[in-house]
Design a protein around this ligand. Structure first.
Ligand code: NAP
Length: 293
């Protein structure tokens, strides 16, 4: 078993991005600028956004955080999105999800200009990604592809089983893994909460992507010997042995599954760190007009 080490890889990628930003600065180019909109003060969202902003600063990129109370109206939020769309200094825009119930996340995502949609959630980017055209790809699946690439994991002809069909992880992951490219060319099975005999299906996976948000759901009996296991899950569970009183858990029961695998991502220290790198890479692409010129 070998760890797919997100900590190591993300450090390497951050270094590469920092060098790229420094070169842009040296030649007097536009410093990539990521804008995040945060509505309300949900603890988890606060943590994710501040980590994204901190990482941007560390590598020399510009970042701006725009905050709203959770009482903000949908119209006010959409007006701010339009303002960012029209600001040439702002290259990438993310709106941290979830949003309060009175605001349509779909409407917000569709209002972000596709050329600034570095999260890859706009229908145009999802459609272009599905067609294999240049597009912003959702940050977590893109980070997973980067991991598979850097560890030179063979994917062609393999059976990839994705557990979870969310718009931001499972669905794009399934589309990406079936594409006629590397990483890709897998035979893909996309599963969800209505899937029958899930364990029978996951046991046939050469590459298993768990993205369901149920801590330690995937147990050893659900995994084939030698499989590559990608654990996207990231949930906090109470843990009295920890000073904070909680621990981060993935969707995979790591201790019993890991010995059966050829490669596995740990939680924390796996996919999560790659996600932030993808976001920064997408923001550089946005600043340079690489996808939409
Ligand atoms: P989500 O929107 O809640 O979707 C969960 C998916 O899992 C749904 O498609 C659901 O099926 C499916 N599911 C739920 N219970 C299941 C079961 N018992 N068997 C099979 N499928 C089941 O979640 P998400 O946003 O994709 O996030 C999933 C996990 O990844 C969470 O823990 C989240 O925190 C984590 N995450 C991590 C990162 C990162 O950077 N590391 C990024 C994003 C998300 P239905 O469609 O039928 O309801």
């Amino acid at each position: 078993m070998q760890l797919l080490d997100g900590k190591f890889l993300s450090k390497q990628i951050k270094q590469e991005i920092a060098t790229e930003v420094a070169q842009i600065r040296e030649r007097g180019g536009k410093i990539p600028h990521l804008v995040a909109i945060l509505v309300g003060n949900l603890g988890r969202s606060e943590t994710y956004v501040s980590s994204k902003m901190k990482n941007c600063e560390e590598i020399g990129m510009k970042s701006t955080l725009i905050r709203f109370d959770d009482t903000v109206s949908e119209a006010e939020l959409l007006a701010k999105v339009e303002e960012v769309n029209n600001n040439p200094d702002m290259d990438g825009l993310i709106v941290q999800l979830p949003l309060p119930a009175h605001i349509s996340a779909d409407k917000v995502m569709e209002t972000i200009h596709p050329a600034k949609d570095v999260d890859g959630f706009h229908p145009i980017n999802i459609g272009r990604m599905a067609k294999g055209l240049p597009a912003y790809v959702s940050a977590t699946p893109q980070g997973i592809l980067e991991m598979l690439k850097r560890y030179e994991i063979e994917t062609a002809g393999k059976h990839c089983v994705v557990v979870g069909r969310s718009q931001i992880v499972g669905l794009p992951m399934s589309i990406l893994m079936q594409r006629n490219t590397y990483p890709g060319n897998c035979t893909v099975t996309l599963t969800h909460s209505r899937t029958q005999n899930l364990a029978e299906i996951t046991r046939t996976a050469d590459i298993l992507v768990a993205a369901l948000g149920k801590p330690e759901f995937i147990t050893a009996d659900m995994v084939k010997e030698g499989a590559v296991v990608i654990d996207v899950g990231l949930e906090t569970v109470p843990d009295p042995t920890k000073k904070s009183g909680f621990a981060l858990k993935g969707d995979v029961k790591f201790d019993e599954v890991a010995p059966k695998t050829s490669f596995i991502t740990p939680v924390p220290g796996g996919v999560g760190l790659m996600t932030i790198c993808s976001l920064m890479q997408n923001t550089i692409k946005a600043a340079q007009g690489e996808i939409y010129s």
